[in-house]
Design a protein around this ligand. Structure first.
Ligand code: CA
Length: 629
């Protein structure tokens, strides 16, 4: 069990509450003329009960303080900074750790009172990066449908319920990656009675849980307590909690806490003075700037310390500079798993090295999603209807092999034929996230329906299972979109960020309609967990023990020498993926093998045995085959 790093508060402004007095601080640009602190009774509306002119700190033009005597617990506050004779508008500052409804005002609470019973005994489950199996989920998708049987629908508390936890445990995943769960803008927390949906990639307060996922967004302590209850329940079940973080842009510029406290400091600009838009969301933060870098480092540390978060997924990590990512890596314990999108959504106004996939080797201990393997399986990101390997399109084999080895250098991969990266980008296989679907783009079912002509339900299921077998036998870190185990669909919507529940919700009834899917996923995940050969965790070990069989069109097969992998009980392991609509053969040395995966079954205990005489083993159409001796 890892110890938590001690809390450092140097870079953290905001409020420091004690029953005798509350001390406020805010950082501004040096040319700020005045800062007003306002204290309110409520999180929204009403007149200030107190307005205080803050004092500039001695020897630090950009730091302002105020101390208010008396017990302010339960009150709210805002800062308002004046530049060039004009006030920027009220905001809670960049370091609010509790806020009122919709995050407009900071809240003065006693953080010590937000710990659930037993919280001090909570600790992060000890799971190495190579052993992770990540389940990416949205709070509302997961539990909102009546079929979920979950009481706290769309709330943090859903993940404290045994029914939800048992499903995750049964599936076998050991980390949940929760979509943005910090305070974001696009759900109006004053209208929680109405169905509202958003993924939440529009940050407002980075260091506060989202109110819309709490049972009472008006009470600042409630979201904090419930978030911790969620973490605690998952940790008790041996499941890590990974937070999706979006430091690369804010909801808007003018209204943002960044802009209202330090105008134009936190955002990159183009040479012509316009705001750069590498995020595709209208702005892009400047991680290379001292205070932005410190903010990101401290914010990540804060989530680890205060909420016991186990890992972070960086949205558009390619917008950030590599020094910042390395600083974050160095600031948190080694078991905190860090990964991100190794790309941006537009060009960035930064001339140094960005945290792109191609630079992953310069960021040890940080992983990136492999779009190579994803698109080689399901088809390119820029067209929903184009098929790849799963649709029987040849030419994707080397990209799949690239994903199998975990994006490392391997003599069996012809990098000139890989779809995007023409060279390995990972130093270690745990620096690659293996996946075929995530919240972005179509989910797997929709993609298969859109890209494979006249697909039948039987074919759909076969190809779905084939795809996840590639993911779960990759030496990278496997990652599943929640609901794939329920054969989820989104009615063909490929960007469902604000689609209604009817599109995004998981239909738990599918567990009964398509039990073979969940059964296979369970078997596949259990097999991976039990066999270190599928997650060696070391590039050298992968190069020594994994070799590819001759590649054919729409057929990828490889061998692992299990004897070379510590803890592995299987000897020679053969894995083959056949995307043809007919059976194909691979050649293996003569002998007797146990088949553990074939057609739509995966069971590490063995399905049947086969004795080969002419060295040939048959892989049924559109499926995976795994055997060992
Ligand atoms: Ca919010």
């Amino acid at each position: 069990m890892a110890l938590l790093v001690p809390l450092s508060t140097n870079a953290r402004t905001g409020v420091n509450y004690t029953p005798g007095a509350s001390r406020f601080s805010v950082e501004t640009n040096d040319d700020a003329q005045q800062v007003k602190l306002r204290i309110y009774k409520d999180g929204l509306g009403g007149k200030p009960v107190k307005t205080i002119n803050m004092r500039r700190a001695k020897g630090h033009d950009g730091l302002w303080h105020a101390e208010v005597k008396g017990d302010l617990k339960g009150k709210f506050y805002t800062f308002d900074v004046k530049y060039g004779g004009k006030f920027m508008g009220e905001c809670p500052g960049i370091w609010a750790t509790a806020v009122g409804v919709n995050g407009k005002r900071g809240a003065i609470i006693d953080m010590a009172s937000t710990a659930p019973a037993g919280w001090s005994a909570d600790s992060r489950p000890s799971i190495a990066a190579k052993d992770l199996i990540i389940y990416e989920m949205h709070h509302r998708d997961f539990s909102i449908d009546p079929s979920s049987g979950i009481e706290h629908k769309g709330k943090f508390l859903a993940l404290t319920e045994p029914h939800a936890i048992n499903h995750l445990k049964e599936l076998g995943v050991n980390a949940v990656h929760i979509l943005p769960s910090f305070d974001y803008a696009s759900v109006d927390e004053t209208r929680m009675g109405e169905p509202q949906y958003n993924w939440g990639y529009d940050p407002v307060n980075y260091n506060v849980p989202e109110g819309g996922y709490s049972t009472d967004p008006y009470k600042p302590e409630v979201r904090i307590l419930e978030f911790k209850q969620m973490v605690q329940a998952l940790h008790k079940a041996g499941i890590k909690v990974i937070l999706d973080v979006v430091y690369n842009h804010t909801w808007n510029i003018d209204g943002s806490n960044f802009q209202r406290t330090r105008p134009d400091y936190f955002y990159r600009k183009n040479a012509d003075g316009s705001y750069s838009n590498g995020s595709g969301c209208g702005n892009e933060t400047a991680s290379e700037r001292k205070a932005m870098r410190e903010f990101m480092v401290e914010s990540v540390k804060y989530w680890v310390e205060e909420y016991h978060i186990d890992g972070f997924r960086f949205d558009l990590m390619g917008v950030h500079d590599i020094e910042t990512m390395n600083a974050i890596r160095a600031a948190v314990p080694a078991d905190i798993f860090i990964y991100g999108e190794g790309w941006s959504a537009g060009s960035c106004a930064y001339s140094g090295d960005l945290a792109m996939k191609a630079n992953i080797s310069k960021m040890p201990g940080i992983a990136a999603f492999s779009d190579e393997m994803r698109d080689a399986l399901r088809g390119p990101w820029d067209s929903n209807s184009k098929a790849s390997f799963l649709g029987g399109v040849k030419g994707n084999e080397e990209s799949i092999k690239f994903g199998i080895v975990g994006a490392i250098q391997h003599p069996g991969v012809d990098y000139s034929k890989v779809n995007y990266s023409k060279a390995p980008y990972a130093t270690e296989p745990t620096q690659m996230i293996a996946y075929v679907s995530c919240h972005d783009d179509m989910c797997l079912v929709d993609r298969l329906k859109a890209s494979v002509k006249d697909i039948t339900t039987d074919e759909l299921i076969r190809l779905d299972l084939l795809a996840q077998t590639v993911v779960m036998t990759s030496q990278g870190v496997p990652f599943l979109l929640s609901g794939e185990e329920m054969l989820r669909d989104k009615k063909g919507v490929h960007n469902s960020f604000e689609s209604p529940d009817s599109i995004n919700r998981l239909d738990w009834g599918n567990l009964e309609s398509y039990p073979q899917v969940m059964e296979y996923y369970k078997g596949l995940i259990a097999m991976r967990k039990a066999h270190p050969a599928f997650h060696m965790g070391s590039a050298d070990m992968v190069r020594r023990n994994l070799d590819f069989l001759p590649t054919e069109n729409c057929l990828v097969a490889y061998h692992i020498n299990g004897r070379g992998v510590p803890g592995e009980t299987w000897g020679d392991i053969y894995v083959a993926f056949n995307a043809h609509k007919r059976a194909r053969n691979i050649e293996v040395p003569d002998g007797t093998y146990t088949i553990v995966c074939r057609n739509i079954k995966c069971d590490q205990q063995g399905i049947t045995t086969v004795t080969t005489r002419n060295g040939k083993v048959t892989i049924p159409a559109q499926s995976a085959l795994i055997l060992h001796n």
